[in-house]
Design a protein around this ligand. Structure first.
Ligand code: MG
Length: 127
């Protein structure tokens, strides 16, 4: 897997230029971007709806299905990077800081192979 050599900051700059070239900055306020990111996440979920893990794994061998998943992942990430850009939050630092918080919250020696009870209970309630 390749990331094509771009940093998150470079991708943010490319996306910012795309927006500026179209004079869309006034439309792209953080709340509108968050709504859009959520809609794009819905589009991603729609491609998984009612499918088993096995069916999804099989479908991912199909180039058209795989590309549709990649497109929705890109849509979500683009909007998330725009939110970071328009709020002045540096995404790499935010991710690293949050990972550190999660490491402290879920130490490996306690949580390896386990999921928090809250999630487990929700899963049981939906069966
Ligand atoms: Mg989309």
């Amino acid at each position: 897997m390749s990331d094509e050599g771009y940093s998150l900051e470079e991708l943010m700059a490319l996306i910012r230029k795309f927006v500026q070239d179209r004079d869309w900055e006034d439309f792209q306020k953080p709340s509108a971007l968050a709504v859009s990111a959520s809609i794009e996440m819905g589009e991603l979920l729609e491609r998984f709806q009612w499918l088993s893990h096995k069916e999804i794994a099989d479908l991912l061998k199909d180039d058209r299905y795989r590309e549709s998943i990649a497109d929705e992942i890109a849509d979500v990430i683009v909007y998330m990077l725009r939110i970071a850009d328009t709020t002045g939050i540096e995404p790499t630092s935010a991710i690293l800081r949050k990972l550190k918080k999660n490491e402290e919250k879920y130490p490996v020696d306690v949580w390896r192979g386990k999921i928090p009870d809250k999630i487990r209970k929700k899963k049981l309630m939906t069966r």
